[in-house]
Design a protein around this ligand. Structure first.
Ligand SMILES: Cc1cc2nc3c(=O)[nH]c(=O)nc-3n(C[C@H](O)[C@H](O)[C@H](O)COP(=O)(O)O)c2cc1C
Length: 354
């Protein structure tokens, strides 16, 4: 039987309205991405990984990642680090910032992170990984979830040993991206491991890796028994993929719709990061939005060359004038951008970005 992707499920006491989760992605999962994900059918959205050391030192840019808007909920904020006490403290701030779930990263394969004893390396040290989960679970009243890879080396099955122990230490959900850290993003995600993990634990498991369509999502749910699927790269510049996966509403968006979503994304990101940081951050999104045959290649290249976000918006409106009305309508539907939780103790302004 096919799973109903629009059915709700629970992580602890938090109700997740659909079985589609938007993946945490460093350099991608800004607030605009998460809000858009919720609008297009993701039942849960996640921040990118946030350094617990950065939180401990009240690093301005790091604290900027803890900004939570009203229409993001339910939202998981993901933290990474290797010191249980510092992770516990960071989790407390995540709770104060208004997140619904604290997610712990035991999957990052990048050397800069693993060499500090954080991310995927913790899959090789189950005792230490459990100490981190225990410290975080004790620090907050929110549910704690953990995101893992299969292990460090190709063929590793470490996740099946560590996963149940993490649940014993307090994890209320496990997300598995069944590639090894060594694999990075090559090869395919081996969801037979996801099925094995589901058998071993009595908490919901989220299946991450290569979910690119509704058909794939339903096949993975059916063959693994996972509670939900997580969508990452397929949603980059393509919220319509979330709609197709969650609701079965297929069909390419019109040029006007694409331009309107991109303009809104640009405006919101500018507000979050400040114009200068946003201008360079956004460049990779132009190709993602305008590709897939939606706009001619030279047009994408032209946008990337532009210096300011205002120029980008003007150029998009010139190419798709009817997008202006759509943007207006979308903006009218969104909550006031100032209506967000900002920690009193944060040494940042709402618009600062850092
Ligand atoms: C650009 C990029 C950044 C990522 N950053 C994170 C991260 O910060 N935290 C994390 O747990 N996973 C991160 N991931 C992994 C994704 O969450 C996801 O597990 C992986 O991309 C597989 O799913 P997909 O095939 O749907 O993309 C990242 C992936 C990509 C492509």
């Amino acid at each position: 039987m096919l799973a109903d992707l629009r059915e709700s499920w629970w992580i602890g006491a938090v109700e997740i309205p659909t079985r589609v989760v938007l993946a945490p992605m460093a350099g991608v999962s800004v607030q605009a991405f998460r809000r858009q994900g919720r609008r297009f059918g993701a039942g849960l959205v996640c921040s990118e990984m946030v350094s617990c050391a950065g939180i401990e030192h009240r690093n301005e840019r790091t604290l900027g990642y803890l900004r939570v808007a009203r229409d993001e909920h339910p939202l998981a904020i993901q933290i990474f680090g290797s010191d249980p006490a510092v992770m516990g403290e960071a989790a407390r701030l995540v709770e104060a910032a208004g997140a619904d779930i604290v997610d712990i990263n035991f999957g990052c394969p990048v050397r800069k992170v693993t060499k500090t004893g954080a991310g995927a390396t913790l899959l090789e040290d189950a005792d230490h990984a459990c100490r981190i989960v225990d410290a975080v679970a004790r620090a907050v009243s929110l549910p704690v979830s953990v995101k893992m890879r299969r292990g460090l080396e190709n063929g590793s099955r470490a996740c099946l040993e560590v996963g149940p122990r993490l649940v014993g230490a307090g994890a209320q959900t496990l997300t598995l991206h069944p590639r090894s850290a060594r694999q990075m993003y090559t090869g395919t995600a081996d969801h037979s491991l996801t099925a094995e993990l589901v058998e071993l634990v009595d908490v919901p498991v989220i299946a991450s890796g290569d979910i690119v369509s509704r058909a794939k999502a339903q096949a993975v749910l059916a063959t693994t028994g996972a509670a939900a699927v997580m969508v990452g790269r397929a949603a980059q510049g393509n919220p319509w993929a979330l709609r197709e996966i969650a609701a079965g509403e297929a069909g390419e968006p019109s040029r006007e719709e694409v331009a309107a979503e991109l303009i809104l994304f640009v405006r919101e990101t500018e507000r979050e990061l400040g114009e200068r940081r946003a201008a360079s951050f956004l460049k990779k999104f132009y190709g993602w939005y305008l590709g897939r045959g939606r706009f001619p290649k030279p047009f994408k290249q032209e946008l990337v060359q532009l210096q300011t976000t205002d120029e980008v918006v003007d150029r998009l409106l010139a190419a798709a004038p009817a997008a202006a009305g759509l943007v207006e309508r979308l903006e009218a539907e969104l909550p006031d951008p100032e209506d967000e939780i900002v920690l009193d103790s944060m040494p940042i302004s709402i618009y600062g970005g850092g």
